[in-house]
Design a protein around this ligand. Structure first.
Ligand code: F6P
Length: 454
């Protein structure tokens, strides 16, 4: 779209484009009219552009999930073809309620349809970003097959394949790709081979738009399965101590054997699910995905938990447990006794509270971002980590808001299987029935708040 204040570009656009009929320039954008500059933290409207089955919805929801996980307030507004006045009113209301990113998932094939949203943003002083999706023929075939499969599960009486083909043929002649004067713009060219997935950007600015660009830069991998588990019960867990690098308790060792039996180790059924290095769809460059199918932290209790599970492994520092700083190695009772104020502050705002010389959940979320992004370009990976770290990772897949992350229940001796389902993820909880302590500490009711000062 025209930048709000770029009158010269608007005139140029209106005069030149191939002699084609141009969308009328709205009065608010006419040369000479003054427009308000858009503050950096103004809300952002994202308009998705592209023909059917080009990967728009998967990407739109992936972006919304990522932004919400990182503490922004993002929502996908699904429209039939183009945003209508009703959509725009809903978005205004959404922003009035304090939210800040609206993603309009529709085709927006014509310049006029995109201009409607651009004008709305300009008048309301919102940022506007376009994301245009295209894909090669092979990728289109795969997208259609996947979408058909998805809808067939919902209704078998409709010839979905024919419906998608007809929709594509009907809309293709209307498509006016985003012009050089529309922007900020990200174009995503999807390919069935992730090595050829490409993204270009023009005019992108600010942290949120850059974040979106980063999310779109890696391809969406369909049909993903991940396995997550905390380490087996540790000697510190038995004593109620936090942090440290204690080894497994005898029950923790039993869990390591039980987990291996569940995931392809000794005693497991030949057809049981297991972590594996997947080469499907990555033939041209198998190095693109991780060659390690088992990811642990660098701490003994996770490394020993996977010792009987077959598969290449990597110990990753970013999967280490939250650093409790001066409280490492203490029990919660000892922390309350020695550092009563710290203890109270943590209960008041567990997400933002940072242990002196240690970390907060907010820090942790930042730390595991790279792990989550790496997971999303993989499948069939087993991650064995710790309570706080797995809370942060599961928050992504479950769509949990940051403030609730520190209270997600990730019990010991339980396997979590996460499977993608369309643009969603389904989490299956499999308790492996090896006795252990419960390390969950419920959120206490805070009677009065102590000002947080350091
Ligand atoms: O108690 C086990 C443990 O992994 C500790 O090492 C860690 O400090 C704690 O859980 C994190 O949980 P919370 O944030 O609830 O204290």
């Amino acid at each position: 779209m025209y930048g709000c204040s770029d009158a010269k570009a608007r005139n140029e656009f209106a005069r030149t484009r191939d002699g084609a009929a141009m969308a009328a320039i709205p009065a608010t954008l006419a040369p000479g009219n003054t427009v308000k500059p858009c503050p950096l933290r103004a809300p952002l409207v994202v308009t998705v552009v592209g023909l059917p089955c080009r990967g728009k919805s998967l990407a739109a929801h992936k972006v919304a999930r990522h932004l919400s996980w990182r503490g922004e307030s993002a929502k996908v507004f699904t429209v039939n073809e183009n945003a209508t006045n009703e959509t725009l009113s809903e978005i205004s209301l959404f922003f009035k309620e304090g939210n800040n990113v609206a993603i309009i998932d529709g085709m927006h094939l014509t310049r006029a349809s995109r201009q409607t949203v651009a004008t709305f943003c300009c008048e309301a002083v919102f940022h506007h970003l376009l994301i245009e999706f295209t894909c090669n023929e092979k990728c289109l075939q795969e997208n259609v097959a996947d979408t058909v499969q998805f809808y067939r599960n919902l209704d078998q009486n409709i010839d979905w394949e024919r419906r998608f083909r007809e929709s594509n043929d009907h809309h293709a002649p209307q498509f006016e790709p985003c012009s050089a004067l529309e922007g900020p713009l990200i174009t995503v060219n999807n390919s069935e081979d992730s090595m050829y997935h490409s993204v270009t950007a023009r005019g992108v600015r600010g942290a949120i738009q850059t974040d979106i660009l980063g999310v779109l830069a890696s391809p969406v991998i369909r049909q993903q399965t991940f396995y997550f588990s905390r380490h087996g019960e540790s000697e510190y867990n038995v004593l109620g101590r936090i942090g440290g690098d204690a080894d497994l308790s005898s029950r923790g060792m039993k869990y390591a054997e039980r987990l291996a039996r569940q995931l392809g180790g000794p005693g497991s059924a030949p057809d049981c699910p297991r972590p594996k290095v997947v080469s499907r769809n990555y033939k041209s460059n198998p190095k693109y995905i991780s060659t390690n199918s088992i990811w642990t932290s660098e701490l003994r209790r996770t490394i020993h938990t996977v010792q009987n599970i077959p598969g290449p492994r990597a110990a990753i520092k970013d999967l280490n447990e939250i650093n409790a700083g001066i409280c490492e190695g203490l029990t919660y009772e000892e922390i309350q006794e020695r550092f009563p104020q710290e203890f109270a502050w943590r209960d008041q705002d567990k997400f933002k509270y940072r242990y002196p010389h240690g970390e907060s959940y907010l820090d942790l979320l930042q730390r595991v971002d790279s792990v989550v992004q790496a997971l999303l370009t993989n499948t069939d990976v087993l991650v064995v980590s710790h309570q706080a770290v797995l809370r942060c990772i599961m928050a992504y897949f479950k769509g949990v808001k940051p403030d609730d992350v520190p209270y997600i229940n990730v019990p010991l001796h339980t396997l979590l299987i996460v499977r993608s389902y369309g643009y969603d993820f389904v989490v299956e909880t499999v308790p492996l029935k090896v006795e252990c302590v419960d390390t969950y500490r419920i959120q206490p009711k805070v009677k009065y708040r102590i000002p947080y000062r350091r």
